[in-house]
Unconditional design. Structure first.
Length: 150
């Protein structure tokens, strides 16, 4: 994750999102697991993902992130079956900047990466592969939205 500047992974099981894994959570779980036999577990490292639709009011998303101390919110379609992107603290700061400059900042336009799928595994060896989505570069990269996830 660090080598690819990935900060969050969306964990999916049987085509359904089951959680969010941050690089910080993974590093903490790996450190705790060093004293045990076997690799760090995905279930122990991930946390439930907070989701919102693409049309969610930015003020509401920011309030939820602040209230629950969230680093990221997963933007999904109406029935949570398709991940559209991840809205992070960096995206929130970009939205604030855009609003301060008098530009609109809808949540749907702010996640700057589209999800990609990796291989499946239930444990996290040093390579940390799981049935996951992560954000990959998109057309929105650059001066408008910058880098995101994993």
């Amino acid at each position: 994750m660090r080598a690819n500047n990935i900060h969050h992974l969306i964990v999916r099981r049987h085509r359904r999102m089951v959680g969010l894994l941050s690089r910080t959570d993974l590093e903490l779980e790996a450190a705790l697991a060093r004293g045990e036999a076997g690799p760090a577990s995905l279930e122990a490292a991930m946390r439930p993902a907070f989701t919102c639709p693409p049309h969610a009011p930015l003020a509401w998303v920011a309030l939820e992130m602040e209230s629950h101390r969230l680093e990221a919110v997963v933007v999904v379609d109406h029935d949570d079956s398709v991940v559209l992107g991840i809205f992070t603290l960096g995206d929130a700061l970009r939205a604030l900047r855009r609003l301060a400059l008098g530009h609109g900042a809808p949540v749907a336009s702010l996640p700057s990466h589209a999800p990609q799928v990796f291989a499946t595994s239930s444990s996290l060896p040093s390579g940390a592969h799981a049935r996951t989505h992560y954000t990959a570069p998109s057309a929105n990269d650059g001066n408008a939205y910058g880098k995101l996830l994993a």
